[in-house]
Design a protein around this ligand. Sequence first.
Ligand code: FES
Length: 94
Amino acid sequence: MATILDMALGQAGSTDPLICHCFQVTASAIRQAIDEGGAARVEEVSRLTAAGSGCGSCQCRIERLLAGLPAECGPCALCPGCGSVRTLCDCHAA
Ligand code: FES
């Protein structure tokens, strides 16, 4: 049986990182919205995938993907313990 830590480690090592925790949207889904859906702004990515339309804390990562950069950007990275955005995380696992 996989533990929460196993899932977090699997996510951290994934080649398709989770970008939006609220709606479980991965980087590949956002890239598909950009490449195939023609999304050029966060609002358009949100319309196509729902990413960024909840708490909004993933919008900086979506902006980075729109700019062709890696999604991870320090304080916006996801906590390996709970999967929440680190700046909002209070699980103290990071
Ligand atoms: S993490 Fe994407 S809207 Fe909350």
